[in-house]
Design a binder for this molecule. Structure first.
Ligand code: IVH
Length: 671
């Protein structure tokens, strides 16, 4: 029996490792997410019952878990050197000439992209990932093995022919641009400090103490260098070693090139200088390495870097333009962000008109004056940033830009909390952009999604004094006489909006909680709080310490939630909204049924149902671990169909072979 279980665990481990390799290294999806998760769950269960058979490199470890205490410092077996830099064609030709002089003739080079991340050195023993160390000071670094194990494209176990018993492989951990933008967007929504570029995000992530948190960050890693005993007896060239490690299952860039002359190297450099913006990740240059190990040995090292390699650094694209004006944006939470309005200028393929100045410290750092000429760069190729002022072009007597002491909109004195870089306007109930921003947030697509009450209508209604608070939205139907004669807002628009407001009353508690706009409470946190406390009264009476125990909720968020409920006007508003019929609790049926039954499966709900609203069904699906999709595609697992569903939807689902189920069948799946 126990032999069977051992074999089963081994089998599942090998199978899942193969899927991970296919998916994260070769970009082949050969199993559905659902089936993968099922197998992973099965393995997790077996491992928890028979921990003695757990492989130390089990794929279940890729979801993180252990809280690591401070990292251990470890000495590198081979020091992690840096590379000399070149900045132009002449520098590169000099590098080539030095090599020709030493060797006696031209030699082939391998050109590689210079990935902009953080370098890592990983040791494997008997095919198993043993240890991963950061560069540190080059001589010793931090042991971040547990965190590195959460990176999907790094294999825990490799199999194949001719794998050396021990070797060290080096590479660069990074984050794809799109994933970075998405994560920063989420942080912005939650009013959290955003990261400047993907590299900072990647290196911040790898140094987190909690590997479960690291596992949530979509990190990737390219490997580009192999060290092992007697390497030169196995491989003659760096290129051969790259081919081999690719075979062993490592993620090796497909953009490397073997070049036979410095002219070919230069072509490669020029090509990528133009094309780099089209890559899904960031590079800051090209690395040029002598291919032949014998020649590498002949050339040797200086104290800091190898003589057989160099890097060509791309110039960050930088342009000069004029600062026309600094304006201040006031967010719905009162954060005051300075924005530089610039004379439009072309930079890295897009026209730049504005650049964020982040906060008061940044204005001070730049010592910005009115009408200054500034250098603008695309920070990490994404967000335009003012790098410096061209002092030679500063107008004499131009006044320094001073961050305001009072809110430019309502005149209230700004405050800055200790340890925070951002100033806030504390006048939450009297500062127009804050109020309008809150109302717009409430009605927004991911929150209450009120059809017919878009951003512009909210602005107009606020200006006309029709809505000042969220509660006012729900009394509009009793004040219809006030809605006539509004420009470009006829009876049809009124009906549409009032219907949208009525429907919003069915939005589940977690959406309402998110929509209230409590500082630092984003979509995920709202969901966690809603399902943890089940209703608003339980949340209101929770202490800061208690709130902070909820997953994904830190002390800063807990303090903000607690403070929200200390204000009478917030509680009065909630009482009004409750009376108006909004949802402030998780329905009994969902609490009873909550499980992970639908984990990994996707659903779309269409049509009308006799016993449930669509919102209720969606909450039920999410409470049971399922995910809602917004359209029919091959990614959809189930279409939950009610009456009056559009025929085209039905046809599309049938064509794609997607199972169509009733609400009853959905309930059965959960039970
Ligand atoms: S090879 C001894 N190859 O650049 C040579 N490095 O400035 C070892 N880097 O510390 C490095 N992409 O973090 C090499 N394709 C690549 C690289 C690369 C990025 C980083 C690496 C290194 C730094 C040197």
């Amino acid at each position: 029996m126990s032999q069977d279980i051992k074999t089963k665990i081994e089998h599942l481990t090998a199978e899942l490792n193969e899927y991970n390799y296919q998916y994260y290294v070769l970009a082949n999806s050969i199993i559905s997410d659902f089936d993968f998760d099922q197998k992973l769950k099965e393995l997790e269960l077996l491992e928890s019952q028979y921990p003695q058979y757990r492989d130390p490199n089990s794929p279940t470890l890729k979801v993180g878990g252990d809280i690591t205490s401070k990292f251990k410092t470890v000495k590198h077996r081979w020091p992690m050197l840096s590379l000399s830099n070149t900045y132009n064609e002449d520098d590169l030709r000099d590098f080539d000439e030095r090599i020709i002089k030493a060797i006696g003739h031209p030699v082939p080079y391998v050109c590689e992209l210079k990935f902009d991340g953080l370098s890592i050195s990983i040791t494997y023993e008997n095919g198993c990932l043993k240890q991963a160390i950061t560069r540190g000071d080059g001589v010793q670094g931090d042991d971040v093995t547990n965190n590195v194990k959460t990176i999907r494209s790094i294999p825990h176990q490799i199999v194949g022919d001719n794998i050396p018993p021990t070797f060290e492989i080096r590479g660069e951990i990074f984050m794809h641009k799109q994933a970075f933008e998405r994560l920063n967007e989420e942080r912005r929504e939650n009013d959290e400090q955003t990261y400047a570029n993907p590299r900072n995000f990647a290196s911040g992530s790898i140094k987190l103490q909690d590997s479960a948190e690291v596992a949530k960050r979509p990190l990737d890693c390219f490997l580009y260098f192999l060290y092992m005993a007697d390497r030169e007896r196995v491989f003659q060239t760096h290129w051969q070693s790259l081919e081999a490690v690719k075979e062993w299952g490592f993620h090796v860039s497909q953009h490397s090139k073997l070049c036979s002359s410095i002219d070919e190297v230069l072509d490669f450099v020029h090509y990528w200088d133009k094309e780099r913006h089209n890559l899904s990740f960031e590079i800051d240059g090209i690395v040029i390495k002598v291919n032949d190990y014998n020649y590498q040995e002949e050339l040797g090292f200086t104290a800091k870097s190898p003589r057989w390699a160099t890097s060509f650094k791309f110039k960050a694209e930088r342009v000069e333009t004029k600062l026309e004006q600094v304006t201040y944006q006031i967010g719905r939470t009162g954060a005051v962000t300075p924005v530089a309005n610039l004379t439009p200028v072309l930079l890295a393929g897009t026209t730049v008109k504005r650049a964020t100045l982040h906060n008061a410290n940044e204005i001070e750092r730049l010592d910005l004056h009115e009408q200054d000429t500034v250098f603008v760069e695309k920070g990490g190729e994404i967000i335009p940033k003012i790098i410096a002022v061209n002092l030679e072009k500063r107008e004499p007597n131009s006044a320094a830009i001073l961050y305001p002491t009072h809110c430019p909109e309502c005149g209230t004195e700004l405050i800055r909390q200790q340890g925070e870089a951002v100033h806030y306007c504390p006048n939450q109930s009297g500062c127009r952009p804050q109020i309008v921003g809150k109302l717009q947030h409430f009605s927004g697509r991911k929150m209450m999604d009120i059809a017919g009450l878009g951003n512009e209508t909210i602005e107009t209604f606020y200006t006309l004094g029709l809505i000042q608070t969220i509660a006012d939205m729900y009394s509009l139907k009793d004040r219809q006489d006030q809605l006539v004669n509004i420009e470009r807002f006829g009876q049809k628009s009124i009906n549409n909006m009032l219907a949208g407001i009525e429907i919003s009353k069915e939005k589940p508690f977690e959406k309402v909680l998110f929509a209230l706009g409590i500082r630092h409470v984003g979509e995920t946190v709202a969901k966690r709080l809603a399902y943890h406390y089940k209703n608003i009264d339980a949340l209101r009476s929770a202490s800061i310490e208690d709130i902070a125990t909820v997953p994904d909720v830190g002390i800063r968020i807990a303090e903000s939630v607690y403070a929200y409920f200390q204000e009478d006007k917030n509680n009065a508003e909630i009482a009004y909204l409750k009376d108006a019929g909004l949802q402030f609790e998780i329905p009994e049926i969902i609490i009873e049924l909550a499980s992970e039954e639908l984990s990994g499966q996707t659903f779309l709900i269409s049509g009308v149902f006799a016993n449930h609203s669509r919102e209720e069904l969606a909450s039920l699906i999410e409470a049971n671990g399922g995910r809602m999709l917004s359209s029919i595609s091959a990614k959809l697992n189930y279409l939950v169909a009610g009456d009056k569903m559009g025929p085209s939807k039905l046809a599309k689902a049938e064509k794609l072979g997607i199972p169509i189920i009733s609400d009853q069948e959905l309930l059965q799946m959960i039970q």
